[in-house]
Write a protein that binds this ligand. Structure first.
Ligand SMILES: Nc1nc2c(ncn2[C@@H]2O[C@@H]3COP(=O)(O)O[C@H]4[C@@H](O)[C@H](n5cnc6c(=O)[nH]c(N)nc65)O[C@@H]4COP(=O)(O)O[C@H]3[C@H]2O)c(=O)[nH]1
Length: 789
């Protein structure tokens, strides 16, 4: 399609061409005017055609120049002067060629001049005006010389004079207007540049806000209006093109739970003229919840009134989520999602303070699952985890929302009950009711991975009212009561009783003293002879003693249980094992003692250590002891849990040659089925049966059964606590072939034990042997329990 403007033309050139078309249109009008002159007889046909042709030629020539872009080569690409000159010359020619009505051409001349008023400077216009006057004068001269008949000289001169008087003024005014126009143009350009800079800086601010996720806002109190940056709109999830987001509309975006807080924040800032720095949530139109961090600063007028609030807002949702995650990890158990020990301690702390204020009691329930370890081993750990989750749910359903259910670790849970009665007896009854509910809930069958399992729990409970109680103390009390519940046959609740307090205190003191004892090397190993049926010493049982600096020799019954509870049994047991192995090595180097075996007591906690086997192997290596001479004494009670693991550890040590004796046999829950599975070498008849074996038919029957059982299982049997010959004779008659007891020897320090062996215990007993053993070292048990000072 034809287009007067070339495609993809420069906008400035397009403007020039549009101006040219306007000028060309005016020139076409001038042709119309010439034609009217011709019709009126003021212009001959030849003069009309010549003038019209000149006009058309000029229009065409300028069109070619503009269209081809030739005009761009000139200093003024608008070609204002050439266009005006052309139109003026054509007009002057027509004026000369006309026979009259020259005033019409004067009008045309003026029009051409007026066109240039907007284009030329004052000076150029004055020159132009002078040229027109000169040219018009020239035309008058030419007419007077060559066509005097068509000339009314007086009129032409008057017209020239009128022109001479007006044109300079037009030139001056035009110059002024042109100057103004140029100035306007310049100002406009500058304004545009400023506008561009402002737009660019706004865009870069918006981009910076977007990168930083930071929006800015202003709340104008007087105008009751609000302005928000683009980023703020984005943060609010609101389309900026939507109806204006007023302060009131924004409040509706604030999370209902935070709205009151937000209003208070804004009102306080405005009322008191204070800065604020706070966080709140908003609900986006799509329902998403976003956390915002808002900073605000009021503009305060001379009277001290805040008229305006301005500030920033930032999306901190990710940070909040991360904070929540960290909080979750730090304060919650990942498996059950229950509060962990740390959070429980914190809540307990607050609960104690609240209880002091309200005078109402609280209670702490320590819950331990009775057979979790067995179930965990049988089902596998993943199912065990599922079971723990079910337990957590059941526990939570048994208490109120204000109470806390926490997981201590493993299969231990703690519940903190709040707001119980002010009367201790009533609070105890309330706790008992809840405790019984918990026991009932936990003993219901569990559906785990399509199977039904049964389990029970033991609960230890203690009340608190905030007086003189520390969180640790309370946890210890509940823990202690839980052990009482276990001892009472499991699936029961036991309350902490006041007399337990003495035990707790004593235990705390004992713990400190034990630590010190371990540090200072206050422990000793005594050895008690083990005798065969021929009366020969076959070995010894290592028994630990504590040489307390104030109390003297302390017996193990006093310090082994607290060492177990506090975990100090681990370093102590290690020391015992190492010392016993070193002793074994020392004995093996001497012919008189080379045959001796060494029985060492191993506590449940010690044996449960995952690296126990490794520890024994290292100790054997380090001391050079013969594993075949080492016999570890395990107790029945420790075999109840985690059977597979125990068997695995025993088998690994057995493979090295280490032997196993089952201590205190008959006092526990031994059943044939598990005895058969354990790689044991010996059963040890507990001294409680030996003591009354001659007087109590039950004990006699038990001893006979144990011996028979050992024989049927292919195990040797040893009786401990043999004090008299009749006891020994009874045991011997009933198939027992090894003995340990005061009849032969008390536990002795190594030197005395060695001299005992060197002399030989083959005869009747210590008294007959006339061995001197000082009472303070052989009678530790006689030094009764007394508090450690
Ligand atoms: N009435 C009477 N008692 C006799 C007679 N013969 C030996 N005894 C005592 O019976 C206890 C035998 O040790 P146990 O059953 O392993 O019982 C031990 C053992 O369970 C534990 N124990 C001792 N040393 C260690 C040790 O190194 N590690 C661990 N884990 N426990 C130890 O402490 C318990 C008590 O040890 P002790 O006080 O040394 O008491 C010893 C011993 O002195 C007797 O004829 N009559």
């Amino acid at each position: 399609m034809f287009s007067s403007l070339p495609k993809s033309i420069d906008p400035k050139q397009a403007l020039r061409m549009r101006r040219y078309f306007m000028a060309a249109g005016t020139s076409l009008l001038a042709i119309g005017l010439l034609f009217a002159c011709y019709l009126q007889g003021a212009l001959s046909s030849a003069a009309f055609f010549q003038s019209a042709t000149l006009v058309l030629l000029a229009i065409l020539a300028f069109y070619v120049v503009f269209r081809s872009g030739l005009n761009l080569r000139f200093s003024d690409p608008n070609l204002a002067v050439p266009q005006m000159l052309a139109s003026s010359l054509v007009t002057l020619y027509a004026m000369y060629a006309a026979d009259g009505a020259r005033a019409v051409f004067l009008v045309l001349l003026l029009m051409a001049f007026l066109f240039s008023v907007l284009q030329l400077t004052r000076r150029a216009l004055l020159v132009y005006a002078a040229c027109i006057l000169g040219a018009y004068g020239g035309v008058i001269g030419l007419l007077w010389r060559f066509k005097p008949r068509s000339l009314d000289l007086r009129l032409e001169l008057l017209q020239w004079l009128a022109l001479a008087l007006t044109l300079p003024w037009f030139a001056l005014m035009g110059g002024f207007i042109s100057g103004l126009r140029k100035q306007l143009h310049k100002s406009n350009k500058e304004l545009q540049a400023v506008l561009q800079r402002v737009q660019a800086s706004e865009a870069s601010l918006a981009q910076a806000q977007r990168i930083a996720g930071l929006g800015s806002w202003t709340l104008d109190r007087a105008r009751r209006s609000a302005t928000w940056s683009l980023e703020t709109y984005r943060l609010f999830g609101v389309d900026p093109a939507q109806p204006t987001l007023t302060g009131e509309r924004f409040v509706r975006l604030v999370h209902p739970e935070d709205r009151l807080h937000y209003n208070e924040l804004i009102q306080t800032a405005l009322r008191e003229g204070l800065d604020f720095d706070d966080q709140f949530r908003i609900v986006l139109p799509n329902g998403e919840i976003r956390w915002l961090h808002a900073l605000g600063q009021p503009d305060v007028d001379a009277d001290g009134n805040a008229t305006l609030l301005r500030g920033t807002v930032m999306d901190i949702t990710k940070r909040k989520v991360a904070e929540d995650e960290i909080r979750q990890l730090a304060f919650y158990d990942p498996l059950t999602r229950l509060p962990n020990r740390r959070l429980l301690t914190d809540r307990l702390h607050h609960a104690l303070a609240a209880s002091t204020r309200s005078k109402r009691h609280g209670a702490l329930l320590f819950i331990d699952l009775d057979n979790f370890k067995t179930i965990n081993d049988t089902l596998g750990h993943d199912k065990g985890d599922l079971l723990l989750q079910l337990v957590a749910k059941r526990l939570s359903s048994c208490v109120r929302v204000a109470d806390t259910v926490a997981r201590q670790g493993g299969d231990e849970f703690v519940i903190m009950l709040m707001d119980l009665s002010e009367v201790p007896e009533e609070a105890a009854v309330q706790t008992e009711v809840i405790g019984e509910n918990i026991l009932a809930a936990l003993s219901r069958p569990y559906q785990v991975a399509g199977h039904v399992y049964h389990n029970t729990a033991s609960i230890g409970a203690t009340l608190f009212d905030g007086h003189l109680e520390s969180t640790n103390e309370l946890l210890k009390r509940a823990d202690l009561s839980m052990y009482q519940a276990k001892a009472a046959g499991r699936n029961v609740l036991r309350f902490f009783e006041e007399d337990m307090q003495a035990t707790v205190t004593l235990r705390a003191e004992m713990e400190t003293a034990l630590r010190q004892g371990l540090q200072d090397g206050q422990f000793l190993l005594y050895y008690q002879a083990q005798i065969d049926d021929a009366g020969c010493v076959t070995g010894a049982e290592a028994l630990v003693r504590w040489q307390h600096p104030v109390r003297g020799l302390v017996c193990p019954a006093e310090f082994i249980p607290p060492a177990e509870v506090t975990g100090l049994i681990l370093p102590l047991g290690r020391w015992v094992l190492e010392t016993a192995c070193a002793q074994l090595t020392a004995w093996s180097s001497r012919p008189a003692t080379a045959h001796l075996t060494m029985a060492v007591n191993v506590s449940a906690r010690q044996f449960r250590q995952p690296d126990f086997v490794k520890q024994v192997v290292e100790l054997l290596d380090r001391t050079g002891a013969n594993a075949r001479k080492l016999k570890l004494e395990l107790t029945e009670s420790m075999l109840l849990d985690n059977m597979e693991e125990i068997i695995a550890k025993m088998s690994a040590l057995k493979a090295l040659g280490v032997g196993f004796s089952l201590d205190d046999f008959g006092t526990g829950y031994s059943s044939l089925s598990y005895l058969k599975r354990l790689p044991l070498d010996q059963l040890k008849i507990d001294q409680s049966f030996v003591r009354d074996v001659l007087t109590d038919p039950n004990d006699a029957a038990i001893v006979r059964t144990i011996v028979a059982l050992a024989q049927s299982l292919g195990l040797s049997v040893i009786a401990e606590g043999v004090e008299t010959e009749p006891q020994r004779d009874f045991l011997a008659r009933n198939g027992c072939n090894a003995y340990q007891g005061y009849l032969y020897s008390r536990p002795l320090p190594p030197e005395q034990f060695e001299s005992l062996n060197l002399i030989g215990v083959r005869s009747k007993g210590l008294s007959d042997l006339n061995i001197h053993v000082s009472p303070e070292i052989i009678e530790p048990a006689l030094i009764g329990p007394s508090p450690i000072s």
